[in-house]
Design a protein around this ligand. Structure first.
Ligand code: HPA
Length: 277
């Protein structure tokens, strides 16, 4: 056993004590501007990251720093209100620590959300993209000694996002009457904290990305390494600009505002999906 594994175990033991007998089944990561989903959690137990041994503190705009345990539609969930990003200066072990802790707590389904820049055809600000695949332009979080207790050295990544959950999400979007604002596509993760140059947006579009952001993929890689089922959505908070001549400026506060406006649709989608797990 190595020391990082002990950090994961110690954090899991601490949370286990705080949630006193709850057995969470679903883990949820709430991205920029999407933290208000946490208001839907009943019998909520709030655990600030700063109280958890070994946990960093989230500094990103629009991110609070809490785990929230409780119930949604009859299921026991553990949500992260705010996550850790590589651009904040945390190593990949820190960025992915909460997902590994979730696994040790017995969680097998991971729902992930983020705010992202849209490049897909017909994408509009405030739309939601269901992730069907990703491109990782961040360091791979599994570089280094493999934690054999958690998963294999060379994990398969043919289906990073669960096909059944994607199918269910599309059905639910139809039922909710929101399918016109929902797309399916490929998410590209880069480090940030700069937004993309026009040439970078063109490059990412050319290599097959439909949305670009600064998170999610490290957590999904670690989750898939441990055999968890993953489902992800991006809220499209801004659209790629391919031209240096435009007057346009990408602004982090606008992004949080647009994400906030889309949060109700994302909440409705996640709730129905969790109900039907
Ligand atoms: N690029 C990178 N990250 C983002 C963006 C973007 O356009 N929008 C929200 N997060």
């Amino acid at each position: 056993m190595n020391s990082q594994f002990e950090v994961i175990q110690t954090a899991a033991e601490y949370i286990n004590e705080r949630i006193a007998g709850l057995r969470p089944e679903v883990g949820i990561i709430l991205g920029s501007g999407l933290g208000k989903f946490a208001d839907r959690i009943q019998d909520a137990i709030v655990i600030p990251y700063k109280d958890i041994p070994g946990f960093p503190v989230s500094t990103a705009v629009g991110h609070k720093g809490n785990f929230i345990a409780g119930h949604i539609c009859g299921k026991t969930v553990l949500a992260m209100q705010g996550r850790f990003h590589f651009y904040e200066g945390y190593g990949m072990d820190r960025v992915t620590l909460p997902v590994r802790v979730m696994k040790l707590l017995g969680i097998n389904d991971l729902f992930v959300s983020n705010a992202a820049g849209g490049m897909g055809e017909d994408f509009k600000m405030g739309d939601i993209m269901i992730l069907k695949d990703h491109i990782n332009m961040l360091p791979n979080p599994l570089i280094g000694p493999n934690y054999d207790e958690l998963g294999p050295r060379f994990p398969d990544m043919t289906r990073p996002y669960d096909l059944d959950l994607i199918r269910k999400a599309k059905e639910i979007a139809l039922e909710l009457g929101i399918s016109e604002t929902i797309h399916t596509g490929v998410y590209l993760a880069c480090s940030g904290p700069t937004y993309e140059t026009p040439a970078e947006y063109r490059f990412y579009r050319t290599i097959g990305a439909d949305a670009v952001g600064m998170s999610t993929v490290p957590e999904v890689i670690v989750a898939r390494h441990m055999g968890m089922r993953t489902f992800g959505v991006s809220v499209i908070t801004d659209l790629a600009h391919y031209d240096t001549d435009s007057e346009y400026v990408t602004d982090g506060y606008d992004i949080v505002r647009i994400a906030d406006a889309a949060a109700d649709r994302m909440t409705a989608l996640f709730e129905k999906m969790i109900e039907r797990l």
